[in-house]
Ligand binder design. Sequence first.
Ligand code: SF4
Length: 285
Amino acid sequence: MIRFERARAAARVRVMSSVYSHSGLSSFENCPRQFYFRYVEKVEVTSESIEAFLGKLVHEVLERLYRFVGEGKVPRLPRVLERYEAWWHERLDPARVRVVRSEVPIDFYRETGARCLSNHYRSRYPFDAEETLGLEEMVHFSLDEDGRYRMRGVIDRIARARDGTLEIHDFKTGRRVPSQERLDQDRQLALYQIGLSRRYGEAAPVRLVWHYLAAGVVRTSSRTPEALQALREQTIRLIDRVEAEHEFEPRPSALCAWCEFREICPAARSASPRASAPAPPVLAP
Ligand code: SF4
């Protein structure tokens, strides 16, 4: 059990020295206590959800696929699926992977991953629409000139389209496809655009591209310089809120069922019952 009362006294100092990520900030927005467990106390996690396992595996297979494509060797779809199935069986550890929706057979998740890969492969073949510039690329950047508000992120794929536009691609394995209005306000890829602006220049035209793999849907968006500036300012204000936080109050919700700290969080008991919980909005981390 975490000694929360004692530990939180030191939390502020430790948070202030942090480098933030979009997912970390989302965690704070969704449930400050989850943020505390994950990023301040750094509670060791010994399990992951089946959704996270599936998302990671699909990302790894796509990274491998695009590395082959970059070498001029486009593997056939059955080979891609063979690799996926082999890794699935090698790596799935029932003692480590949690299945929240126990009424859903594990094969459903495995087949969802295969469908994600097949949809993407068929829609992109022969993979010559863009040139890949980076895969699973780590970016570090600051939101301000002084380097006080530091961020990092991992970009699934950076590419150059035929028209010269820089593209930031993100692979999603979740079921839901957000509305265009929501994507036009999305923080994650727009932050990555800020992160890449030093490398590729502020003036480079940029397209943000989301691949909703399970649904076989692609969505795009772009940002004006004014929108990026507004995002910088909003994100700085959010980081200020994180750093001023003392209580890290839990915010129980249906998503507690997927929270890795459910066993140690007293507030989880008051969350909605698992049976009525919706699927998590995003399967991949
Ligand atoms: S179990 Fe729920 S309330 Fe507790 S930390 Fe996780 S998301 Fe927050």
